[in-house]
Ligand binder design. Structure first.
Ligand SMILES: O=C(O)CCC(=O)C(=O)O
Ligand SMILES: [Fe+2]
Length: 272
């Protein structure tokens, strides 16, 4: 089977735009397998917590650090993803954390404008040599609150972030100005599409007012040399044990293990 491979042209686009959308990164069988595992994953639902938006709507998510042999990790460790991330980060990457985002129909809340590095800066990462890889497990549309990005906003550098309800958001003044000058894109995705985006790319999403769930898997990566100067996180500097692309379909791996190192919600902790 042919798997997508990122190339230098992709790298040029990513450097210019701050994101790169790869259609059908996962084939139909892979994404239905992963989706099926996710919706039946008792450990995930057990370890999920929710985050309120300004209107009191809540998005569920589960977040864990170290990679294992579960199906989500097999994707996060796969050659196609890790080689792509290494190309974009220009060096060997480590896996910071992964999260399963569950934006349910009618109740799934919005995310404020932010940069992921706006959060991670506070975790002690000195350089924004980090990125996120979002794979859609269901279709992601304007109606169910797909991700929105401001093209090229990663080139603005880190913007101040402050609390906005239970979330942390980027300075609205800066965001408003950025939107005047740059394109705001709604990143609509089919299940199996993957979006790579820079840790300084401004992004947000609307609440899910539709009847369709929006589920996605987001894995965050760090350049392995970018060791945070505080905190006890070791995953972000641990080499990834890369696996072949076909392992996701071939293996009998299922959901995540009960003892994976999950983040249990601490309201004062900026980690998302
Ligand atoms: O998937 C979304 O709607 C936004 C989530 C996000 O940006 C985050 O978790 O950092
Ligand atoms: Fe984010």
């Amino acid at each position: 089977m042919d798997y997508k491979k990122l190339n230098l042209l992709d790298k040029i686009k990513f450097d210019r735009d701050g994101y790169l959308l790869v259609k059908a990164m996962l084939n139909k069988d892979e994404v239905s397998k992963l989706h099926e595992i996710a919706i039946n994953d008792k450990v995930i639902s057990d370890k999920s917590y929710d985050r309120g938006d300004a209107n009191g709507l809540r998005t569920k998510l589960a977040l864990w650090y170290s990679l294992g042999d579960d199906a989500y990790s097999l994707l996060a460790r796969s050659e196609r993803i890790v080689n792509g991330v290494n190309l974009l980060l220009e060096g060997e990457s480590a896996h910071f954390h992964s999260k399963l985002m569950q934006k349910e129909p009618k109740v799934g809340g919005a995310w404020e404008w932010h940069q992921d590095y706006g959060y991670w800066y506070r975790d002690g990462f000195l350089f924004p040599q980090m990125l996120s890889v979002l794979t859609a497990l269901t279709p992601s549309t304007k109606e169910n609150g797909c991700l929105q990005v401001i093209k090229g906003s990663h080139l603005m550098g880190r913007i101040d972030h402050g609390f906005s309800g239970e979330q942390v958001g980027a300075s609205q003044e800066r965001v408003d100005e950025a939107i005047k000058r740059s394109e705001l894109l709604y990143v609509e995705m089919e299940a199996g599409d993957t979006l790579f985006f820079h840790s300084n790319t401004l992004h947000r999403s609307d609440a899910n007012n539709s009847d369709a769930p929006r589920w996605s898997l987001i894995s965050a990566y760090n350049l392995i040399t970018n060791k945070p100067y505080k905190g006890d996180n070791t995953s972000s500097t641990t080499p990834i044990e890369v696996v072949k692309d076909d392992v996701l379909l071939q293996s009998s791996s299922e959901g995540i293990k009960e003892d994976a190192n999950f983040l249990l919600k601490k309201p004062d902790k900026i980690i998302i």
